[in-house]
Ligand binder design. Structure first.
Ligand code: PMP
Length: 416
């Protein structure tokens, strides 16, 4: 795959060969990895990029005049450029390295929000936010006296936009919302809602944790100020994430953490700030994993994000068709695959999700059970916990069938 060019559709068998972990067995059964919303597996190309860095040119960035440092700086900054191109950002200066989506959102909450949000202002979220895009705004509201407002859900798991004009109003200072829900799978109309927020002068933050890894995303088309996502969910290493910030917004933001790297000049009593984006990257950054994420982006670009999306729609349609036929299961989220990503969420009143998860695990199938960092949403759905399966470019239609078959057997096994 290293030299792969854009293909018309996905060659899954060839892709799977690039992922060493996919050939392992679990309890003697072939691994069926369907927990991609939690984290994705890594292709050999990403693993090699990490080894090559540590074996070949490990050195700190931006500081040294020696060859290794210059090489690591070049590769590190190339990775930043790859990220910028991947989300169609105008400049790599808009790309701030973080640890993950959560840190990116907290960065905005601790900097931009503290400056722009005052008592009585409103922050608009949706009722399907991951805790990472809810709890930081609760703190901003507590600190500033701002009010949190929520776009509600319709029965099919999409947003109910009947009252959108009263919820997004001139008091709104920020719309912070998830692109693809990590529980319902719903793909939200972020572009349309961003335009409404803009019309009342509000800022727009998108939680791209489940969007960016699975479909083409263009920050200029969405017209968002902030987009946060995690490398580990898009074939990259853990510990590296991205916060995109629109260039003119970033220019006016106060630094987040203070120390080395982010300064231009320092006196005993004061300091001036480095240029963008280093101003927001205090201390030694996560060099190896940023380079690893660059390799992951190369990999995804070679496949083509349209092809990734198309393949996942096929898998999701197959899963939904099969699940709909299993009477004992409740299904959540929209039925139309055009309105949803690669995630299916199920619940059975007859079998506890953890029992279901354990049964599937013994079959070699990795899925997620629990509240998926969506406790308020689970309460709204009236379920304490659910079973979630989530797909990626290396999953096959056969694996969906293995899941469906195992679910049916689990239901028979645990039948009251
Ligand atoms: N938002 C969404 C929608 C997510 O699915 C996740 C990961 N489960 C996060 C935020 C947080 O991502 P991370 O743990 O990588 O910060």
């Amino acid at each position: 795959m290293a030299e792969a060019t854009q293909q018309a559709s996905i060659d899954v068998a060839r892709i799977r060969d690039d992922f060493p972990i996919l050939s392992r067995k679990v309890y003697g059964k072939p691994l069926v990895y369907l927990d991609n919303a939690a984290t994705s597996q890594k292709p050999r190309q990403v693993i090699s990029a990490l080894t090559e860095y540590y074996e070949g040119y490990n050195a700190n960035v931006h500081r040294g005049v020696h060859a290794l440092s210059m090489e690591s700086t070049e590769r590190f900054e190339q990775a930043r450029k790859k990220v910028a191109d991947f989300i169609k950002a105008d400049t790599a200066e808009s790309i701030i390295w973080t640890r993950n989506t959560t840190e990116g959102i907290n960065l905005v909450a601790k900097t931009w929000a503290q400056e722009h949000i005052k008592a009585g202002d409103e922050i608009v979220l949706t009722m399907m936010e991951h805790h990472s895009n809810l709890v930081p705004w609760q703190k901003v509201a507590q600190d500033t006296g701002a009010v949190l407002r929520f776009l509600p859900l319709a029965d099919d798991g999409t947003l109910d936009l009947d009252d959108v004009d009263s919820i997004i109003n001139p008091r709104t200072k920020l719309l912070a919302m998830v692109h693809t829900s990590n529980s319902l799978g719903t793909i939200n109309p972020v572009k349309e809602l961003a335009a409404r927020a803009r019309a009342v002068g509000a800022g727009v933050l998108i939680d791209g944790a489940q969007g960016v890894p699975h479909m083409p995303v263009d920050v200029n088309d969405l017209d968002c100020d902030f987009l946060a996502f995690s490398g580990h969910k898009m074939l990259g290493p853990t510990g590296i994430g991205v916060l995109y910030v629109k260039r003119d917004v970033l220019e006016k933001m106060e630094p987040f953490l203070r120390g080395g790297e982010m300064v231009l000049e320092v006196w005993y009593d004061r300091a001036s700030w480095n240029e963008l984006p280093m101003r927001f990257e205090a201390g030694t950054p996560n060099i190896a994993d940023a380079i690893g994420l660059g390799a992951a982006i190369d990999y995804l670009e070679a496949i083509g994000m349209d092809n990734v999306r198309e393949h996942e729609m096929r898998l999701t349609a197959r899963a939904l068709n099969g699940l709909q036929e299993i009477e004992e299961l409740d299904l959540f989220g929209p039925r139309d695959v055009n309105k949803r990503g690669d995630i299916v969420l199920i619940h059975s009143s007859e079998v506890h999700p953890h029992d279901m998860g354990t049964f599937l695990d013994r079959e070699g199938i990795a899925i997620r059970t629990g509240h998926h960092c969506n406790m308020p949403l689970m309460r709204l759905l009236g379920v304490p916990a659910t079973v979630r399966a989530s797909f990626y470019l290396y999953n096959t239609e056969e694996e969906i069938d293995v899941l469906l078959d195992a679910l049916k057997r689990a239901l028979r096994y645990f039948a009251p």
